[in-house]
Design a protein around this ligand. Structure first.
Ligand SMILES: O=P(O)(O)OC[C@H]1O[C@H](O[C@H]2O[C@H](CO)[C@@H](O)[C@H](O)[C@H]2O)[C@H](O)[C@@H](O)[C@@H]1O
Ligand code: UDP
Length: 467
């Protein structure tokens, strides 16, 4: 196989830890395969400054980055990616801002990426493009003559056809997917939505298992649920930073059971709904009140997008009122931390917790759910309360699955989790560990790349689609 070239908006030094599941997973993949990682530098510069690619060596990986101008960043990242695609793909049509100017910036940045990346490519490179920021990238590369095989993986959910159809230009977006050789989704539900969309809206013909023909191109589509590197995470859990965190938490909460939530502060993560469910649990179970504390880490995210400021205020107000109404002089029910916690410390926090609350309203996968399981002591494991609307729920059937919109139901699951007998906790944890070990990040990466290689062999000589 040729060199692997990964392209994503957000990139990170693979030798360091990053917040956000995509950067964490790709760092793990590239650390084992080597290759090049191309993306945005994270810098916003004056439009007149040079837009040269900057290279940096990070172990076996070459990081190649470009800066963005303020105008491009605002329209591409804040505007179209996070003001249109993110809300709609997470089923939040009410939060979408369909400003017509955004799509121009989105397209401009995809064209810039294509222009800067093409000269860096070798003939036998394999390109793997990630996420909703870069849907049209393959089409832009093809327009410039790129013939390498290109795969695309969507880290967020794909909504049902009628919801997708609310996006002005939705047909353009889906057409752009046909410039890839392989398109991967997180779950069977997402894949099913793709199949229904292309059949009904694009009149695509199913060629055979998983292949679709439309716009003069055949594309392979499949579900490849992303996993974690369980071994790497175990090592992280044994390292001094995590051990120190674990011991501090055990000491501080020796008389109490800990519940933990770790999320980017995003409306898709269902944080206000989670707080309401916890408040309901406290109301319904006065005798258990001071025996449990919820630590909620809410890592700051996309603070320049309006909907994110609103969710911050709502969450702060809920945490304040829960503590005000239920707190005692020597006990506060919620510890809310609006900061990113270094990933190296998280295993210690997970291990010290009896329950993890992973209750998004919609989520592509949710790696925190898998990390929590991997960090547990298998002799005395904690319990995962998991939203049925997280991609992870398709795989993690032995978790306590909840509907996060159902406040009473989620509160009842919190009680069940806190009181679950040791035997049942062990049985559930054992089964869940089998799943996350089998379907780990290497299974995800190998499965996708093998499928990508196969499709290309059948597709030589096809005419390339233009947007
Ligand atoms: O880059 P940001 O705007 O700061 O956001 C961070 C990342 O959030 C999203 O992560 C998704 O990917 C995870 C791994 O596959 C998945 O578990 C999770 O459910 C998704 O929400 C986003 O898709 C990334 O592009 C962002 O970098
Ligand atoms: O304060 C934080 C919050 C999150 N994370 C990491 O960020 C990733 C979040 O990924 P997930 O798939 O759960 O959600 P996303 O943020 O990508 O939507 C996980 O690896 C977390 O360990 C972290 O290191 N520190």
């Amino acid at each position: 196989m040729g060199r692997l070239v990964v392209v994503s908006n957000r990139i990170a030094d693979p030798r360091q830890t990053a917040a956000g599941g995509l950067a964490v997973a790709l760092a793990e993949v590239l650390n084992s395969t080597g290759g090049m990682w191309f993306g945005w530098s994270g810098k916003i510069v004056d439009a007149t400054e040079s837009d040269d690619v900057v290279f940096k060596r990070a172990g076996p990986v070459t990081l190649a980055t470009v800066d963005l101008s303020q105008v491009d960043h605002d329209a591409f990242y804040l505007g179209y990616s996070n003001g249109v695609l993110w809300p709609v793909f997470h089923y939040r049509l009410d939060l979408a801002d369909f400003d017509a100017g955004y799509i121009t910036g989105y397209r401009r940045v995809n064209q810039l990426f294509a222009r800067k990346l093409l000269p860096l490519l070798r003939p036998d490179d394999i390109l793997w493009v990630h996420d909703y920021h870069l849907i049209p990238l393959a089409a832009e590369l093809r327009a410039l003559g790129c013939r390498q095989r290109i795969g695309f993986f969507l880290h967020i959910p794909l909504p049902p056809p009628l919801m997708l159809a609310a996006i002005p230009g939705h047909d353009w977006l889906i057409r752009a997917l046909f410039a890839y050789d392989l398109v991967g989704f997180q779950s069977k539900a997402d894949l099913d939505h793709f199949a229904r969309y292309v059949e009904t809206e694009a009149h695509a013909q199913p060629v055979d298992d998983g292949r679709w023909r439309a716009f003069g191109r055949t594309v392979q589509a499949g579900a490849f649920p992303i996993g974690i590197d369980v071994q790497e995470f175990n090592e992280l859990a044994r390292a001094p930073e995590a051990v120190e965190m674990y011991e501090r938490m055990r000491m501080e909460y020796s008389r109490r059971k800990l519940l933990v939530g770790v999320d980017r502060l995003d409306y898709s993560k269902g944080l206000p709904q989670r707080m309401r469910a916890f408040r309901e649990f406290l109301t319904k179970n006065p005798d258990l009140r001071s025996s449990a504390t919820l630590i909620q880490i809410a890592s700051p995210s996309r603070e320049n997008v309006g909907a994110y400021t609103e969710i911050l205020h709502e969450l702060e107000s809920l945490c304040g009122s829960i503590n005000g109404n239920f707190g005692e002089l020597d006990w506060m029910p919620v510890r809310y931390i609006h900061r990113t916690v270094a990933r190296a410390r998280l295993p210690g926090l997970y291990r010290a917790s009896r329950v993890a609350l992973v209750t998004p309203l919609r989520d592509g996968m949710n790696l925190v759910a898998k990390e929590f399981l991997a960090a547990q002591n298998e002799e005395d494991p904690g319990v995962l309360v998991l939203s049925r609307f997280a991609g992870a729920a398709e795989q993690l059937r032995e978790a306590l699955l909840v509907n996060p919109y159902d406040t009473e139901g989620t509160a009842a699951a919190i009680l069940l989790a806190l009181q679950m007998p040791l035997e049942e906790r062990r049985n559930r944890h054992r089964a869940l560990m089998e799943t996350i070990r089998r379907y780990d990040v290497h299974w995800w990466c190998d499965g996708f790349l093998v499928a990508l290689e196969r499709t290309m062999a059948e597709e030589k000589g096809t005419s390339w689609l233009r947007l």
